[in-house]
Design a binder for this molecule. Structure first.
Ligand code: ZN
Ligand code: ZN
Length: 341
């Protein structure tokens, strides 16, 4: 099968033929319809994940995958060849207490799809180690569904952490209206009556945010923390979700929440910001949110099936992968770019 292989850090992907994976017992080969391009891939290809134990290249990246069941190994039941599926990518060891508790995406064996030891979906086919990682898509288009497995799933888990705070009259602040943020706007509206304030420096992303149902979309260069608190009724936000994760955005998030408010850092930039008893609202809570569980993916797909979330998907052929990554680096992808093999 054709695949985009990364042979060294900070280099171009090479389109080449690799051996077609043959599913062993319990495994499934999925014909890839589309694989979403994620900012996490940039951290991987710049070598930033090595200190977290990632093995060195070569890799086939791609952890946002959907397609059709193409071949099943011995013992796999319940799936028909040709059936459209989303691939849950947070593959774990299956034995540690996180995996046993259904939180496989928190497993630290680094065996996620396309992130770490296992190959991913920037290829014509993907070997999935367990049929349980596949979720039937029903009527959903696999190309549109691919980003639901990470961009929407990560946004969903972050919004769900805040859900109990999103009461009538509350406001949530979403920083960054790219792939994840655009899903978060729709998810916050689907799960709660909260007001949605979006912060993004890109005029086109602010327009998209408003079109997706944000109540306000503001430019961080034009406003102060007090302005943001003003947009949240003066008291501050019930929750602030930071999809960027650099120092300035984390500082804005932790400064705009109300007493008892929740700050969730989702963006993976390796920066930090001060967080103290005296500078934050009393009993503000700071946490991170990482990907989502398989069951949360089922919930995300249910939202999509009901038409409550949809994503702006930009389609590119797999052999344009290097120019797509260049667009991502430059911030020239408005929704989610997907690669089609
Ligand atoms: Zn990702
Ligand atoms: Zn595990």
């Amino acid at each position: 099968v054709r695949a985009a292989v990364l042979h060294a850090y900070n280099s171009d992907f090479l389109i080449q033929d690799v051996e077609t994976p043959v599913p062993g017992p319990g495994e499934v080969r999925v014909k890839i319809a589309a694989a979403g391009v994620c900012h996490s891939d940039l951290h991987v290809l710049r070598g930033k994940m090595e200190r977290r134990g990632f093995p060195p290249p070569p890799w086939i990246l791609g952890h946002e995958n959907a397609g059709w069941v193409e071949a099943v190994g011995a013992g796999v039941t319940g799936f028909e060849v040709g059936e459209p599926v989303a691939v849950f990518g947070g593959w774990g060891c299956g034995r540690c207490r996180f995996c046993a508790g259904g939180q496989e995406q928190l497993c630290d064996t680094l065996s996620w799809s396309g992130l770490g030891r296992r190959w991913g979906g920037y290829a014509e086919a993907l070997l999935v180690p367990q049929a349980e990682y596949l979720v039937p898509l029903g009527d959903l288009d696999p190309v549109v569904a691919a980003p639901l497995t990470d961009a929407a799933l990560s946004a969903y888990r972050a919004v769900k952490k805040a859900q109990s705070r999103l009461l009538p009259g509350s406001t949530i602040v979403l920083i960054g209206a790219g792939g994840l943020g655009q899903y978060a706007i729709q998810i916050a509206r689907a799960l709660s009556p909260t007001r949605v304030v979006v912060v993004d420096s890109s005029p086109s992303k602010r327009l998209s945010a408003l079109a997706l149902g944000a109540d306000e979309a503001v430019d961080p260069d034009d406003i102060t923390v007090d302005d943001v608190r003003g947009l949240c009724g003066g008291e501050g936000a019930a929750a602030a979700l930071d999809f960027v994760g650099v120092g300035t955005t984390m500082q804005l998030a932790s400064s705009c929440v109300a007493r008892g408010g929740l700050v969730v850092v989702v963006g993976r930039a390796d920066r930090s910001a001060p967080f103290s008893f005296v500078d934050q609202a009393r009993e503000a809570v700071l946490t991170t949110s990482s990907w989502g569980t398989r069951n949360e993916l089922v919930e995300v797909l249910a939202l999509a099936q009901r038409g409550l979330i949809s994503g702006a998907v930009e389609r590119y052929p797999l052999n344009e992968i290097n120019s797509v990554f260049a667009r991502l680096v430059d911030g020239r992808v408005d929704g989610r770019a997907v690669l089609i093999p």
